[in-house]
Design a protein around this ligand. Structure first.
Ligand code: NAD
Length: 498
């Protein structure tokens, strides 16, 4: 029996009125576990109205009091870390240890938001002219919204609403309809932490909901994380409606293995970054660029390792990799493998047709490894978002750099080398937003920022860190003088201090 999920509006769970529902699956069994309501235009307006109504009081709440809510929330998230991780595994399928790690990375953003009194401090310049001072305020925008993808059901929402709310905004979150339960739980825990009703709302839905959020003039800023096609639509439409937009898109991350690299470390890195979370990470490595003599050893060793992956339900502590998120997504990934074979790449390990005893209806797929992939192939150009690693062989470092820089995506990349100059040049010259030097998945911590280049991010603001604070606040600069010792009169010329 599948349960019917709700929205979270004005501090309460609210049943869907729209009679449109989406299926939520347990990817390990393939069974439908819940029905998620897909909100209508009017239901989405109700969530925006709740956020609008809560804004004046929350914006006027002292910043130190807002920080206290964040401290409480941080404690509650720690207490409920395992419960949240279990919810992630039950709807996304990733292994529990990985799910726990992603919750922790989300909690780190809440920890950053606890410092909001410091982060919102403005500048002050005394006596810029005779008797005149200037100071800055960072003020909230109003209602902000977030639209999140299926692959990080807790972490990506936590990239958004804690900072937005700490800045004094109210928020409407539209999580992925494939993994809705953890966002509802995140909202309930926010209420338990002392957040007033209406400050955080969760509206479940699809395009109809998103378009309402994009077009409503009360939504002042919108954060999006998902695929590039939708990110472009969000950016173009949101900007046309006069909103601030940060829209993070897809990726095709390369890991360059130089001939001098520590090959053991490079293999370990490729296994974790290529097949962890079944490749459903925007920072997954999906292309290994083998430079010169690195290629043969790399392919031989990876062949064994990929063949030895332990694949099973995310709840089994022995699993390295769980199922894909839905049956449709598995079909899409399998289709890419078929395309790669047709295109002439060498399929060294074939993970199609994997069937697990007791989990025959689950969305499992084995790890796949392609050698001799060339840049004109679709499996190289397009984001597959599954456990499929492509090896491209190049003769020199320059070719490797050129390959990464010519790709339409620019989220993250990494180089494995023992040479400091190679690493330094790569970090300087590569065209991506995040770079790892002997680190395969260089996701920056919450006091830095997260964001890609090119078709991996539309807009000028990265997620979290100071970038997040600037995105969720507007700057006001006040120039003041007081009647007193310095006389003033009508100024008919541009005032200067000279
Ligand atoms: P998706 O683009 O299909 O969906 C993302 C969100 O957009 C969901 O909430 C969904 O309901 C909504 N949406 C889907 N179609 C829409 C439409 N036509 N109009 C309006 N809204 C729509 O992405 P996904 O499959 O959930 O997630 C995987 C993608 O997200 C991958 O491309 C991955 O690279 C990307 N991603 C990027 C980052 C990053 O930081 N750059 C992080 C995580 C995931």
């Amino acid at each position: 029996m599948s349960q019917e999920l709700h929205h979270f509006i004005g501090g309460k769970l609210v049943a869907g009125q729209n009679k449109r529902f989406g299926n939520v699956y347990d990817p390990a069994t393939g069974h439908i576990t819940a029905q998620v309501p897909l909100a209508s235009h009017d239901e989405t307006l109700a969530a925006i109205s709740a956020a609008e109504a809560a804004f004046p009081e929350w914006a006027a709440t002292p910043v130190t009091a807002r920080a206290q809510v964040m401290f409480q929330y941080r404690e509650l998230l720690e207490t409920h870390r395992n419960e949240l991780a279990d919810l992630i595994t039950s709807e996304h399928g990733k292994i529990t240890s990985d799910a726990k790690g992603s919750v922790s990375r989300g909690i780190e953003v809440v920890e950053f938001a606890c410092g909001i009194p410091h982060l919102l401090k403005g500048d002050y310049s005394a006596n810029v002219s005779k008797g005149i001072d200037i100071h800055d305020l960072r003020q909230p925008l109003g209602v902000c919204a977030g639209i999140t993808p299926f692959n990080f059901p807790v972490m990506v929402p936590l990239w958004m609403f804690p900072l937005a709310i700490a800045c004094g905004n109210t928020f409407v979150l539209k999580p992925s309809e494939k993994v809705p339960s953890s966002s509802l739980r995140l909202a309930e825990l926010m209420k338990e932490a002392g957040l007033p009703d209406g400050v955080l709302n969760v509206i479940n839905g699809d395009k109809e909901t998103v378009d309402t959020l994009l077009e409503d003039s009360r939504v002042r800023a919108l954060s999006f994380v998902g695929s590039t096609a939708i990110a472009k639509h969000i950016y173009a439409t949101g900007c046309a409606f006069g909103k601030r937009i940060q829209a993070l898109g897809g990726a095709k991350n390369h890991l360059v293995v130089m001939p001098d690299a520590d090959i053991d470390k490079a293999i370990e890195a490729l296994m974790g970054a290529g097949y962890g979370s079944a490749g459903e990470r925007c920072m997954a490595i999906s292309v290994a660029v083998a430079v010169g003599s690195a290629a043969d050893t790399l392919v031989e060793r990876l062949k064994t390792e990929v063949g030895n992956l332990t694949i099973g339900p995310g709840t089994d502590p022995d699993s390295n990799m769980g199922p894909l998120v839905t049956g449709d997504h598995r079909k899409r990934v399998e289709n890419y493998v078929n395309v790669g074979v047709t295109e002439g790449a060498a399929l060294v390990v074939d993970g199609r047709n994997l069937s697990l005893k007791g989990f025959e209806d689950g969305f499992f797929m084995g790890g796949c490894l392609f050698d001799h992939v060339s840049p004109n192939m679709r499996i190289y150009r397009e984001e597959i978002f599954g456990p499929v690693l492509c090896i491209v062989r190049v003769p020199t470092y320059e070719c490797a750099l050129n390959l990464v820089n010519s790709h339409e995506y620019g989220n993250g990349t990494a180089v494995f080398t023992k040479d400091g100059n190679t690493a330094r040049n790569f970090a300087n010259d590569v065209q991506t937003g995040m770079v790892g030097i002997n680190v395969p998945i260089p996701v920056p911590l919450s006091f830095h920022t997260f964001g890609g280049w090119k078709n991996s991010l539309f807009g000028s603001a990265n997620m979290y860190g100071y970038e997040g604070v600037r995105f969720y606040s507007q700057l006001k600069t006040i120039t003041s003088r007081w009647p007193g010792e310095i006389p003033w009169g009508a100024d008919f010329t541009m005032p200067t201090s000279r």
